[in-house]
Design a protein around this ligand. Sequence first.
Ligand code: DX5
Ligand code: ZN
Length: 218
Amino acid sequence: MKYLAPSLLSADFAKLGEEVRLVSEAGAEYIHLDVMDGMFVPNITFGAPVIKKIRPYSKAVFDVHMMVQNPRHYLDDVAAAGADLISIHQEASVHLDRDLNHIHELGCKAGVVLVPSTSLHTLDWILDLVDVVLLMTVNPGFGNQKFIPYSIDKIKALKQMITERGSNALIELDGGVKLDNCAQLCEAGADILVAGSAVFKNDAAANVKAFREILGKY
Ligand code: DX5
Ligand code: ZN
């Protein structure tokens, strides 16, 4: 099963609740929420208070992508706001093992995120601690950027690593995912596809359905 995670970064922030409801009812299984602090990435979005307000609009998996320095400071609030899955960057957490364990202690699934330049070797000792490995397929911080082509080899290598290790971790991809490349990404090994600008343009419900039609074939 392949899952779609519309990223709210490209949604209309003036009506976030309605946007969440719309894409959920159209068939999206996840809602991807990009928390940015203006430090780890050069952009600021929203945090736990906003997540808490939009939580009642959907039963989909709330997939929180923490693009912040020292994510440890925010984990309790984000979990209390209704996150189901919290993913933190390998590059931003000083004590990754502790933080991933803490996410589980809070009752959430735990994900680790790697930016494009970070090696899969950084997963060696923590792969067994995560439910999701989120590979950034653009440099984080902004929507509507171009998919980085070498990511395809990285996805395949990660898939092989997960299989060899007998891990149950799902592979999530974030950045530059469009209707015209999502089939190739599924074939490379993706389980969860984040899509921001490709979903929230023109008719979002129709876009979700178009994605679901392709993902349903895998
Ligand atoms: C970027 C964010 C993404 C972003 C993806 O740093 O993490 O979730 O919304 O946007 P698209 O799908 O437009 O590349
Ligand atoms: Zn994201």
